[in-house]
Each structure stands twice: as structure tokens, then as C-alpha cells.
Design a protein around this ligand. Sequence first.
Ligand code: ADP
Ligand code: ZN
Length: 210
Amino acid sequence: MKLILLGAPGAGKGTQAEKIVNKYNIPAISTGNILRAAVKDGTEMGLKAKSYMDAGQLVPDEILIGIIKDRLKEKDCENGFILDGFPRTIPQAQALEDMGVSIDKVLDIEVADEAITKRMSGRRVCSKCANSYHIEYKKPAKDGICDACGGELIQRKDDAPETVQKRLVEYHQMTEPLKDFYEKLGKLVIVEGQEEVADTTALVFAALED
Ligand code: ADP
Ligand code: ZN
């Protein structure tokens, strides 16, 4: 199964991707995580991406297309994958088509901007393994500590309220047109994001079985 998760920043794509990984045994490819790892490692790509990310802007298409081209060649993608955070622009979606990748479904998780702004302020991520938590909705067993690896939980720079607003504007301008793109290809499935993570997951699984 080859899936794309669409949705605004903070709509819960990463959280739902994890659930799909566990149920269907296919890898989730988070371009945000790949970019953050590159920034942390100080690679050339990371250096280029950092200023865009910190400012809440999209990283240039050619960098992302390069990342995805390489990643999809890896063996673990043979039986399918979930793209979390790619494509985010029409040229990225077009590049995926041009690569001949045949996507089965595009799940769009819809959450209103106000709810997103609230959620993002409580988001915390592990400084070591990038697992994501929320101070209200997805608490770690021990405050400030990652359940998976014991790493320290921190707030991402781009989760600061001002930057979140910029990311939402970028989302509406650059990414939302992808709904139309995939609707026309007959692949778009809309899932209304729910208060409770488990309720959204139930809708996601129902959409995948359909
Ligand atoms: P979100 O929480 O917004 O879903 P991600 O972790 O997916 O965030 O992405 C973080 C940042 O990485 C984005 O704000 C953007 O700067 C960059 N990024 C990730 N994926 C892409 C992409 N497909 N195209 C352009 N920039 C991207
Ligand atoms: Zn961790």
C-alpha cells in the first residue's frame, strides 16, 4: 500500500502515520524528520534547509524531490510506504507522478486552524529520537522524558506561535491545492480530525479498508 498523508502542520499526520506503520508494517517516511536529522548532523542539505525551517517556510522543491527519490529506492519501500509531509507543493506532487510512483490513497486529515494553533503550543518532541508528544493529549509516562529512548523532550523552534501562523499560511497557499490535484486523480479521501487521537485513527483505518 502506497499512501500519502496530507493535512496542515499539526493536524496529526505523524501520529496517524505511526498507527498505520504498526498495523500495516510499511515504513513511514517523514520529510520533516529527515530534514531535522540532516540539520542536526550538519550536512550540506541540513545547512541549506535550516533557515527555511526555522522561519516556518517550505524548503525548496528540488531538495525534497531529491530526498524522496533516494528514500523510495530503499528496500523497505518495496511493499509500500506512507509519505508524511511529502508532497507539499504541486511541483513535488508532479515529480512523484513523473517518477512513476502509483499512489493508492491520499488521506487528508482536516483540522481547523484554531484547533491547530492550540495543539501546537503543547507539542513536544524528543531531542534524541524525534518521537512526538503533547503536554495534554499525548503525555509521556514521565514529564519531559521520552518513553521510547529516555531523551529530553523539547519544543521545536518552528512550533513557536508566530512561526505556526506562518506555516499555516504556507499550508493554505502551497499545500492545500494538492487536495484538488488528488481529487482529480480519484485518490483523495478526507478524514475529519477528532479531539481524541484514537477516534481519528478509527476513521483512518476505516478509510484504508474501504
Ligand atoms: P509539520 O509538523 O508541519 O507537519 P514537518 O515536521 O513535516 O512539520 O516539517 C517541518 C518543516 O520541514 C516544514 O515546516 C518545512 O520547512 C520542512 N519540510 C518538510 N517537508 C517538506 C516538503 N515536502 N516541502 C518543503 N518543505 C518541507
Ligand atoms: Zn526519544
